[in-house]
Design a protein around this ligand. Structure first.
Ligand code: 6PG
Length: 508
């Protein structure tokens, strides 16, 4: 009477994953170093259990007990913090007698290069597999987006469980099938999981998901500041505007929850809660890793990087307080009612355009890293599994899926999402509004690093020529770094003898 799968680490994510797996009729062995967490999980299962549902989760008091309670080859899901704790559990599993055919699935937000190293490190001892997860607490409980990668044989084994527990999308509408009932999982629809690629690929893709998440959140925050500081609207009024935008092309989970946060009153003071929350943002590192990776690869992702910087500036509250008294800003904008209404509409379009640019950056980054690593990533599938369950879920993802599917159909690679007809047409139609919104932000002194950098990204990519010719001239002037000429073969290098009285051109 052996159990199907073990879950190690019963924090918020691990506990909810265990309950989700059990809802889907698998029998789970659960372990945490903190025995109280094991107890809490068992109690929650019992409390939520529908009448015809026998107990499916069993608590373990140590890893040896867990190993002996599982059917072989075993599947062990790790839900522990990224970094040293992952190796800590792997080593403890080795001591407890884990076997070569057993599979360990790391579900934390691990750094993708650590995952690559771990697969090699544990080779021959057990199969180290990874599956990045998005969706927070409710996603883990009722259907997350799952990004598995590693040994394909391990994937074959866990696939049925993963497809059962993943979020589901209605294939006709492309929309999430929302049902959050313990003991009654969604069994119809397309599961939000697909095999991403070799070790590290899933964590890389999830890292970029988080980079996009950072930028998407910051874009919404910039719109909030423009509407509140720039137009003087109350939090509740901004919440109403966001709720309206959420019914249009900006529909997304992040827009929906932002509207909800803005309309929430503070239980202590009765003021809008958002005005009582300290304006210092936290971060755990995945957005930073995305920005770092973009710099290392040389893939422009300025909007994602600006979102990381925006969080950094937010933490410098003391300096901001001092400088707010020292540095001058512009006079507030005085707008008529009509101008205010126009501004709100322009901002909606600006946000949509910036969102396209931000996703274009994320997908291009994944493509460039995949090329460097020799991964075959299927971007239509990646966009598909982000349609439900994950934090950046949005109807917009369906358009990205279709853009990649269309590119596959005509056999032309989509190097940049800006090239997809659906987006290039939208951008061309809305770009003037985008510019006006950024101009108004600048003139009113409200910082819009993400909306603005996305526009610079757009303008850079639509420029056939950039001033890098002068830059190459500067480099050649002070460092003899050489340049290529537009009238000669690619790769031929030239240098001008800038310091000689007679400046001559040399072919190197
Ligand atoms: C998700 C989230 C999740 C989490 C990250 C980012 O997809 O479910 O991305 O992984 O929110 O920890 O959090 P920070 O904002 O703290 O970096």
């Amino acid at each position: 009477d052996l159990l199907d799968i073990g879950v190690i680490g019963l924090g918020v994510m691990g506990k909810n994953l265990a309950l989700n797996i059990a809802d889907n009729s698998y029998r789970v062995a659960a372990f945490d170093l903190d025995g109280a967490k094991v107890e809490a999980l068992l109690q929650q299962e019992q409390k939520e259990r529908p009448a015809n549902y026998a107990q499916r989760i069993e608590g373990c008091s140590n890893l040896s007990e867990m190993l002996s309670s599982l059917a072989k080859p075993r599947i062990l899901v790790l839900s522990v913090p990224a970094g040293a704790p992952v190796d800590g559990v792997c080593n403890a599993l080795l001591e407890a007698g884990i076997e070569q055919d057993d599979i360990v699935v790391d579900t934390g937000n691990s750094l993708w290069t650590d995952t690559v190293a771990r697969e090699a490190q544990y080779q021959g001892k057990f199969s180290f597999f990874s599956c990045a997860i998005s969706g927070g607490e409710m996603g883990a409980r009722f259907g997350p987006s799952l990004m598995p990668s590693g040994d394909i044989k391990a994937w074959d084994r866990i696939k049925p469980i993963w497809e059962a527990i993943a979020a589901k999308v209605d294939p006709k509408t492309g929309l999430p099938i929302e049902r959050q009932e313990p003991g009654n999982p969604v069994t119809e629809g397309e599961p939000c999981t697909t095999y991403i690629g070799p070790a590290g690929a899933g964590h890389y893709v999830k890292m970029v998901h988080n980079g996009i998440e950072y930028a998407d959140m910051q874009l919404i925050c910039e719109a909030y500041q423009l509407l509140s500081d720039g137009l003087g609207l109350s939090a509740a009024e901004v919440g109403e505007i966001f709720a309206r935008w959420n019914r249009g092309s900006l529909n997304s989970y992040l827009m929906e929850i932002s509207a909800d946060v803005l309309s929430q009153a503070d239980p202590l003071t009765g003021k809008p809660l958002v005005e009582m929350i300290l304006d210092k943002a936290g971060q755990k590192g995945t957005g930073l890793w995305t920005a770092v990776s973009s710099l290392q690869i040389g893939c422009p992702a300025p909007t994602i990087a600006e979102a990381v910087y925006a969080r950094a500036v937010s933490t410098q509250k003391h300096q901001r307080q001092q400088l707010s008294l020292l540095l001058a800003g512009p006079e507030p904008l005085t707008l008529s009612d009509d101008e205010r209404a126009t501004f709100i509409d322009e901002l909606e379009n600006a946000l949509y355009c910036a969102k396209i640019a931000c996703y274009a950056q994320g997908f291009q980054l994944m493509a460039m890293n995949a090329q460097e690593r020799g991964w075959q990533l299927d971007f239509a599938e990646i966009a598909k599994i982000w349609r439900a369950g994950c934090i950046i879920r949005a109807t917009f993802l369906q358009s990205i899926t279709q853009a990649y599917q269309q590119a596959q159909k005509v056999g032309e690679p989509l190097d940049n999402l800006l090239m997809a007809e659906t987006f290039s047409l939208a951008l061309s139609a809305k770009q003037q509004d985008w510019r006006r919104a950024v101009a108004r932000a600048i003139m009113s002194g409200v910082p819009v690093p993400c909306i603005g950098s996305a526009l610079a990204y757009y303008d850079s990519y639509r420029s056939e020529t950039l001033p890098a010719n002068l830059l190459q001239g500067q480099r050649d002037f002070f460092g003899a770094h050489s340049f290529e000429r537009i009238d000669k073969h690619a790769g031929e290098k030239y240098h001008l003898n800038w310091s000689h009285s007679e400046r001559t051109l040399e072919k190197l």
